[in-house]
Design a protein around this ligand. Structure first.
Ligand SMILES: [Zn+2]
Length: 237
């Protein structure tokens, strides 16, 4: 089994490669036992998510205290997004927080993320069909109270758009959370391009939805994850 530190670092690099995070903003975490998580932190020689290494992933408690020697690392300002989600939702094992430009533009422009396509990307269509909650505040979520507000807006959904800010995505695994984030970004990218074209597409009809099988997250997500890992490797990341 891959070391969870490695998986979190790979997740950060994939999100950067695919443009969901820019520069030094954004983070990924994974549950690591009772009241513990491994989370992407920032060290003295921080140089961006695209170049995340295992050392950037530190063990903390859910309040953000680094366990063991900090070695110059500090936790993200928005750590409460991770700590409070892991605390509130036992089924969640991994959290992605990113700032994808397409989702940002859709949120600010008031473009709803609807199921406007089908077989092109079935998981993204299903995500839209089931509803994508919006947390309407554009604040930096640096206090647990703000994270709890976001969690309330999110309900039991695995994704949330943070208006004027970014996205929060959960998963049973890091791989699942990352692939969901990629799908959310794909949906937002199409939605944004349609708006630029001046198109006002209909939601796809129910009889077509009925012909779009749920391929199963376990199979689909791991294949997509492996593809992105291989792509990153081919690009020297
Ligand atoms: Zn943020």
């Amino acid at each position: 089994m891959t070391d969870p530190r490695t998986t979190v670092a790979q997740a950060c690099r994939i999100l950067a490669m695919e443009g969901l995070v820019e520069g030094v903003l954004g983070h990924v975490s994974v549950r690591a036992g009772d009241d513990r998580m491994l989370i992407r932190c920032r060290g003295g020689d921080e140089h961006g998510l695209m170049f995340t290494g295992e050392d950037d992933v530190r063990l903390t408690d859910l309040d953000g205290t680094i366990i063991g020697a900090a070695e110059g690392y500090t936790v993200p300002n928005e750590l409460p997004i991770h700590g409070e989600l892991l605390r509130a939702r036992p089924e969640v094992n991994a959290v992605v927080h990113a700032h994808p430009p397409a989702v940002l533009l859709c949120g600010v422009a008031g473009l709803g993320l609807r199921p406007v396509f089908g077989a092109y990307n079935i998981p993204a269509m299903r995500m839209a069909l089931e509803g994508i909650p919006l947390y309407p505040r554009s604040v930096l979520i640096r206090r647990p109270g703000l994270a709890r507000e976001m969690i309330e807006a999110m309900g039991d959904r695995p994704v949330c758009v943070l208006k004027g800010h970014g996205i929060t995505v959960t998963g049973a695994s890091v791989e699942e959370a990352v692939v969901r984030a990629l799908n959310l970004n794909a949906l937002a990218t199409v939605t944004l391009e349609l708006a630029r074209l001046g198109a006002e597409p209909e939601t796809i009809p129910a009889e077509d939805v009925a012909e779009l099988p749920d391929l199963g997250a376990a199979f689909n997500d791991l294949a997509v994850w492996r593809y992105h890992l291989a792509k990153a490797r081919s690009q020297g990341m």
